[in-house]
Write a protein that binds this ligand. Structure first.
Ligand code: FE2
Length: 341
């Protein structure tokens, strides 16, 4: 995408995120990654008369896999202090799940993750209706005590959801200390630590993230008291098990966040090209009417599990019930208030 077009979509983003005259905005990058993002945000911020800065870290150490929650900032407390003093941080690195991001948010800085390809950012711009619908969905989820997912493939799993907060993602953020991710459009919470039981059957066509793969053979998860006790299936089940084993951390078997997708601009058939960080699957995560469960860390929600072993698994054609009320039925959103015009 050329600089001018990129600047235009970043300007839209900064307006949606309430950036105004005199605010301080920091764009964070590392190595040679996403320097064009920094340039576009700097140009857009200047048009709004904000004070925009670019903080560029050295190249990251080479990691094996997606080690969530690990960032170079752990060794750079002086940079963390700088970021805490900003009104808004544009994170082009991916700090999510790190204690450094949590400290930055706690200081009142709003944080927006921006790592997906520019073409996807342009196609999934934040808008008022998306925010309104996601916030309504978040209210429904936050008021429920029990969540159940079923599917024609044999999923039947129950989450007790009365201990963790609900988070919303609608791709912009204008409230102090709030984090969001562009693009996005979904809601989630976490099951109680010992409150998830049943079976999840990941069906052909469902998606494994961060592998960015469509499943071809069913994967059957057995879950007892909040922990995965068995994973069975074919090739994809083997890959999941091997991936999890590579972290050598049993806490990867914990159940993490759960929720559903709310963005009508997201397509299922169109995984962003390349593996993370070239495209990390925010589009299928946001797909309207998906049901997504995840495994591993729950510290993002305030839990104790901060393992780096994390999978997100969006699924199609599932049904999701809150306190026995249907919210998603076979992949379609049921409450009229959540449907898009
Ligand atoms: Fe996740």
């Amino acid at each position: 995408m050329d600089h001018e077009s990129f600047t235009d979509i970043c300007l839209h983003q900064l307006k949606m995120s309430g950036v105004h005259d005199g605010e301080s905005v920091v764009v964070l990058t590392q190595g040679d990654e996403r320097l064009d993002y920094a340039n576009a945000f700097m140009a857009a911020g200047r048009r709004l008369r904000a004070n925009v800065y670019h903080v560029r870290l050295p190249p990251p150490p080479i990691e094996n896999g997606w080690a969530v929650g690990k960032s170079q900032l752990a060794e750079m407390p002086e940079v963390v202090e700088t970021l805490k003093s900003a009104d808004m941080l544009i994170d082009c690195i991916f700090l999510l799940f790190s204690s450094e991001q949590m400290a930055i948010q706690a200081a009142g800085t709003r944080v927006l993750t921006v790592v997906e390809p520019p073409e996807l950012l342009a196609r999934m711009l934040p808008n008022k209706q998306l925010r309104e619908k996601v916030e309504l969905a978040g209210e429904l989820l936050a008021s429920a005590k029990h969540l159940r997912i079923t599917s024609p493939h044999g999923t039947d799993v129950s989450y007790v959801i009365d201990s963790y907060p609900t988070l919303t993602e609608y791709a912009c953020t204008d409230e102090p200390g709030r984090w969001d991710h562009w693009p996005s459009g979904f809601v989630f919470t976490g099951g109680n630590d010992d409150g998830v039981d049943g079976q999840i059957v990941v069906a052909p066509g469902d998606i494994l993230l961060p592998q960015n793969m469509y499943v071809r053979e069913p994967v059957v998860y057995t879950i007892e008291n909040g922990w995965i006790t068995d994973i069975r299936g074919g090739l994809e089940a083997d890959l999941i098990s091997a991936y999890m084993a590579s972290f050598d951390d049993q806490r990867g078997l914990g159940m993490s966040h759960v929720g559903w997708g709310m963005n009508p601009d997201a397509h299922w058939h169109n995984l962003a090209p390349g593996l993370f960080p070239g495209g990390m699957g925010m589009e299928p995560r946001s797909f309207l009417g998906n049901v997504m469960f995840s495994t591993g860390p729950n510290n993002e929600l305030g839990g104790q599990n901060d393992t780096a072993c994390h999978l997100d698994i969006p699924m199609r054609n599932c049904s999701l019930f809150l306190d026995d009320e249907a919210i998603v039925l076979e992949g379609k959103i049921v409450p009229k208030t959540l449907q898009f015009s």
